[in-house]
Design a protein around this ligand. Structure first.
Ligand code: ATP
Length: 359
């Protein structure tokens, strides 16, 4: 029997509430698997780790991640970390880079029971995760942003053929697996960024030749930003460089009920990390009202990814069961959090999903 080791990194603020709920849902869905299939390992990270170990990302955590198959990471509230302390770094860009989690997969799906702009939207945006304009991870050493003079700031954008191809391949595989429209759209602005966006589209087109069953199209980022609002039904899987994708995924989340409804998976060839699109929401932390949907579905995506990678039907069916159970809970509206129009607390919504799984 193939066994798996999965990490639990709770993160900060609402992460401390939604990650335990997501893990409980995953464990409930996995109850039907043979005993010992999954070992869970809790690892320190973020503000609580700083308080206990003096570091937001201890060496022990980094070293242990290499031994795992995947992990679930809660949102990080790095804006509240002590300033100018090298031991109080924002951990998640480092994890994304060091474990080569190149593709950030972010689905946006309208669900029955959720007040959303469109009723039949179902797209996945795959965003490059480790280069682009993001200065905290796009350089081997140093940062991609600097000021040669006090009155001039430069931001360097990095686009490589390797990462663009990896993102494209993730997108084409997803389009094939989803079996819907079978369309991949590459987002660019190659009218202006002739080299950077030109290389990205070129790499996507190269990969598209390996997938003759999938239609390949391109869209200019500003036009796409409008089209996704007017007719998102035209799109299936969308692939993008880092910053365009960061903005477009929040826009897509807004079309299907907000950030609490936006799950995500950061994946490379070797590891995957469940990480919701939203931040640590310090404004609602500790109130028990955070919507756990995005975190639960991020965990669901991790199980689906592992199941596909290892052709493990136990994990694939656990993932499918979680998706069905949470969609039913959301549609019924009896046990949903206030942002979805309900009165349930975070934990109660998770328990409702667990009950559905056990029915
Ligand atoms: P970051 O820059 O770290 O991604 P952000 O600036 O996008 O963070 P969030 O922390 O995601 O900000 O919060 C944005 C808004 O969305 C806040 O009002 C927050 O309360 C709300 N929000 C975020 N996540 C959830 C959730 N899971 N449930 C309910 N509301 C949420």
């Amino acid at each position: 029997m193939k066994t798996y080791q999965l990490g639990i990194l709770e993160g900060d603020d609402i992460g401390l509430e939604i990650v335990p709920v997501a893990v409980k849902v995953m464990q409930t869905a996995l109850q039907r698997c043979p005993e010992g299939k999954i070992t869970w390992i809790k690892l320190p990270i973020g503000a609580s780790s700083y308080a206990e170990h003096g570091e937001t990302l201890p060496r022990k955590t980094l070293d242990t991640l290499y031994t795992l198959d995947g992990w679930i990471l809660g949102p990080i509230g790095h804006m509240a970390y002590p300033k100018n302390d090298p031991k109080a770094i924002n951990p998640h860009p480092i994890i994304r880079r060091d474990y080569d989690l190149v593709s950030n997969i972010r689905p946006s799906k309208s669900l029955p029971g959720i007040d959303s702009v469109h009723k039949n939207m179902d797209i996945v945006i795959v965003r490059e995760n480790n280069e682009g304009f993001q200065p905290d991870r796009n350089m081997h050493k140093g940062t991609g942003e600097f000021m040669p003079t006090p009155d001039m700031a430069l931001s360097v954008r990095v686009v490589t053929r390797r990462n663009s191809q990896m993102v494209a391949r993730t997108g084409f595989e997803l389009a094939r697996m989803r079996g819907g429209m079978k369309r991949v759209t590459a987002i660019h602005k190659n009218t202006v960024f002739k080299l950077g966006c030109g290389l990205f589209v070129d790499a996507c087109r190269e990969v598209s030749r390996e997938y003759p069953d999938i239609e390949f199209t391109t869209a200019v980022v500003d036009t796409f930003a409008m089209q996704i609002i007017m007719r998102p039904q035209h799109f299936d899987v969308v692939v993008s460089t880092n910053m365009f994708g960061d903005i477009l995924t929040d826009e897509a989340a807004g079309l299907v009920g907000g950030l609490g409804m936006a799950p995500g998976l950061c994946a490379g060839d070797r590891y995957a990390m469940a990480q919701a699109t939203h931040g640590s929401a310090p404004d609602i932390a500790g109130k028990g009202i955070a919507n756990p949907y995005a975190m639960i579905m991020s965990g669901q995506m991790l199980l689906a990814w592992l199941g596909m990678k290892h052709k493990d039907t136990d994990l694939v069916s656990a993932a499918a069961a979680i998706a069905n159970a949470i969609e039913a809970v959301v549609a019924e509206k009896r046990h949903v959090t206030p942002d979805l129009g309900g009165t349930a607390e975070t934990e109660a919504m998770g328990e409702a999903v667990c009950r559905k799984l056990l029915q």
